[in-house]
Design a protein around this ligand. Structure first.
Ligand code: FES
Length: 159
């Protein structure tokens, strides 16, 4: 067992974990934060996205011990305009991908504000176009196909 400490949603948590435990399993099984979902468990769907020191990561691909001393934010710890925008714009259907979509979108907006380019960033580097939203959110899949509502919600909050 390895002892780690993380700040999770503003609370310092001390965990004794086997080094092989993923951050996703640590959050869900050891801290009962089940808002973060397990979809593929192999980095393909984005359902498990959380923020680690403000950066979005797939928590299924991360070992919890790698995040010793880090600040983790899950959907339970978010209070962001995107959450209501997703509701207003029907950015969900079954809801399974939603927490990952919202955590990813929060991280994406911060990346954009910090000037990180994407593959389709316009030459002036300023506008967050629909194409850019789709490209930057391409790591988050929605099997219900609620993409139009998701893009509408993000566009509204980004404006
Ligand atoms: Fe982590 Fe799918 S559960 S990317």
């Amino acid at each position: 067992m390895t002892e780690i400490r993380m700040r999770v949603n503003g609370t310092t948590e001390r965990l004794d974990l086997e080094p092989r435990v993923s951050l996703l399993d640590a959050l869900r099984d050891h801290l009962a934060l089940t808002g973060t979902k397990k979809g593929c468990d192999q980095g393909a769907c984005g359902a498990c996205t959380v923020l680690a020191d403000g950066r979005r990561i797939n928590s299924c691909l991360a070992l919890a011990v790698q995040y010793d001393g880090c600040d983790i934010t899950t959907i339970e710890g978010l209070d962001h305009p995107l959450q209501e925008a997703f509701v207003r714009h029907d950015g969900l259907q079954c809801g399974y991908c939603t927490s990952g979509q919202i955590c990813s979108a929060v991280g994406m907006l911060a990346e954009h504000e910090a000037g990180a380019p994407s593959a389709v960033t316009p030459p002036d580097g300023t506008a967050l176009t629909d194409a850019e939203i789709r490209e930057r959110m391409s790591g988050n899949l929605c099997r219900c196909g609620a993409y139009n509502g998701i893009v509408d919600a993000i566009r509204e909050v980004a404006a």
